[in-house]
Structures are given as C-alpha cells and as structure tokens.
Unconditional design. Sequence first.
Length: 319
Amino acid sequence: MSNDRYTSPLSERYASKEMQYIFSPDKKFRTWRKLWIALAETEQELGLPITDEQIAELKAAADDINYDEAKEREKIVRHDVMSHVYAYGLQCPKAKGIIHLGATSCYVTDNADILMLRDALTLVREKVLEVIRRLRAFALEYKDLPTLGYTHLQPAQLTTVGKRATLWMQDLLMDLDEVNFALSSLKLLGNRGATGTQESFMKLFDGDGEKVDELERRIARKVGMEAMQHGITGNGGGVAGGLGDLAGLGVTLGAMGSVVSMTKDALNPVMDAAAQMGRAVGGAIAPDGWDCPDCGQKGIASNFCPNCGAKMDGGNDND
C-alpha cells in the first residue's frame, strides 16, 4: 500500500496528486516530526539541555517514516502517537529522550490537521485563481458571441457567451474571498500540555511562565502560523468553516457544468466556444490531456473517456 497519498474511491477517481499527498500518511507523519523538531529546537533556544547533535539527528530522519516499527509498537501500547514517538526514537537513539518533551498527543495530531488543512486550502486557492484567469481570457474572446439565455430551464433572452462566463467568474471570486477568509482565520492549537494548563512546561522551565508563552509563539512561527487557540484540542470551527467554503465552491462549479450541459444541444453556434471553455477550465485542474485509444476521442481531461467510457491507462494523477 502506498503511503504517499490519501486513498478512497473518490480520491483515486477525482482528486489531484497534490491533494492526495496533503492528506496522505507520509504528509501526516512528516508533519508530526516537523512539529517535534520545532518543539525541540525551541526548547533548546529557551534553555533546556538539548544538544545540536540531537536536533540534527531528528532532522536527518524527519522524512523517513518507519511504518513497520510504529505499527508493531501500536499493537502493544494501543496509542498512535506514542508508537510513532517510539519508532522515531529507534531512528534517533541520541534524541529519543527529548522527542515530544512536555507535550500532549494533541500537540501533533490536532496541529498537524490544522497545517494540512492550511496546505489544502492554499492548493484550492491556487486552482481557483487559475480557473478565473482562464475564464477571463475566454470571456474576452467571446464577449460578442450571442447565445440564448435560459430561465427555469426555458429559453429566455439573448446574452453572450462572454457575459455568461463573467457571471461564473463573479461567483468564483466570491468563493475565493471565502477561501481567503478561511485561510486567514486558521489558528494553531498551541502547546498547552495534557490538560491545557501548561503544567508540564512550567515544570520544565522552573515556573517561568514567560518562557512557556514564548515557547508557543516561536513554535507557531517555525511552522508558518501566528494565531493560536490556546487549548488542548482543536474546536473544529476552522475545519468546519473550510469545509463550508469548499461546499460553496462546489455549488458554483456544479452550476457552471449544469448550464453548459443544458444548453449544449440547442446552441449550435456556440458549441465550439463552450467546448473550448470546458477545456480551459478542465485544463486548470488537469493540464495534461490524453487521447482515447478505443474511440479516438482527443484531449480528454478526466480519467474516463466521455465518449466510450474507457479508462485512461494508468489513471490520470492530475484529474
């Protein structure tokens, strides 16, 4: 089984290679190790007896996840985080005593989820910007090409193909605003110990609360975040907000597809333009098309031929 991508029937069929990696085991556990390294570095900076050699050892094994050892350990301890602490320690014998020092499990589990959500929303943002850019070019090219508008699934007044595309751009810009807001609102969990009181860190730093607060701030900056929730588990608000924004984007893209599908047979004058629009939008998500060897259909952007249903040989990682 591959560990470099998230797998499910839907993700294998529709998700891009980049998005599959963001939610993959490799990304998850490498993010855990990134957080453990940030913790050790910051604890050293603030005076704990952690050596450069220990940190170098942690960094050297950061991307080499020893899954087999972690799985075997989990059969014994029934704890995913402690199993990976143990497995990481096998690779880093000099540093094993300072891995996860003072932290609770949610320091890596919940913070990693936040960081992965940030990366996923950033990828979505890039894709939406590219679709808007391509729709803009399409709208300008076909701004004077007339087409029949529909209302309640019935023929209505004339509009232009370019005007229709600008309305989709408008919706996508509003969706983009929501994605940007979700990104700006994400908060790191912080580093508050087992019950949120910071007691373990207060003991490590001999009651120096200023150092304990600085520990959180520095760790956040090391992983590219600023705001923190100051809890021991994520409250789910940021995750729910991000999912809501993605749902809104799905509605917009679904509406685009419905309009093109509804009008394609009746609007012969604009069929070439509509096909080009579909290729432009699809190309932003799946830039490398393929030709069907069974029926001869060319420039297909998805895993399956829309004409005969044949599957692309090997699948299309960018679809």
